[in-house]
Design a protein around this ligand. Sequence first.
Ligand code: GUN
Length: 287
Amino acid sequence: MSAKIIDGKAIASQFREKMKEELKQLKSQEIIPGLAVIIIGEDPASVSYVKAKIRACEEVGIYSRCIRLSGDTTEQELLQHIDKLNQDVQIHGILVQLPLPLHISEKAVIDAISPEKDVDGFHPMSVGNMLIGDECFLPCTPHGIVKMIQHTGTELAGKNVVVVGRSNIVGKPVSMLLLQENATVTICHSKTQNLAEHTKKADILVVAVGKAGVIGPEHVSEGTIVIDVGVNRNAEGKLVGDVRFDELLSIASHITPVPGGVGPMTITMLLYNTIESAKKHLPSVVV
Ligand code: GUN
């Protein structure tokens, strides 16, 4: 048996076509969603992620503004930029690309973004609302992962999902979203004993560790859906995931590639959140 490849690029493209239609509608009501992206420094991975986000906005017809700040920008200066964007009526979503230089507090920056424009879903208010299942911007990578699993036609309710990794950006929030979908969720991490014992029980395995090739055939049972969130460079400089993709092709039922898996869906959910944010500014209809 050979695993079906979950083509994130193709799924993203379907979502983006629908968004283009919605954006035309909004334009006719004089609403143009706007996203501001702030990047500090020249980290090559961050620069390339930000470029992809801006390109995606241009492709679907979302107004974007990229603010590139030097690596020695102070926290105060950054907070002033955020404050201005919080008040800018052209901007419905604000994203500060992480990681930040060490002299800037990530917490201070995330807290400064207005929850109404928090299209990353990282503000404590967004995280709290997500946890209790209230309306909020869902974090983009976790939301994209749920959409990709659903795209396979798999019902999440009652499934054993094992998440490897407990970051605030992916591991913890994706676990909460999958729980919301009534999956039985196990979270494994660097202190987990006998990792394979847990991962082998998974119907669906989500791997978000950030280390090339940590998951292989010894961790996966026949027929598992494998979602690889890792983006790493191997010794030859090639982009690879956290999962040994080739070795799992004969074991998994479905698997995401890297690149072309989770990445395009993360950006698509960012576009989605920006459009949803702009829609809140539509004039209310009086009946
Ligand atoms: N760095 C890596 N992933 C992300 C993300 O989803 N949002 C932001 N702001 N920074 C990131």
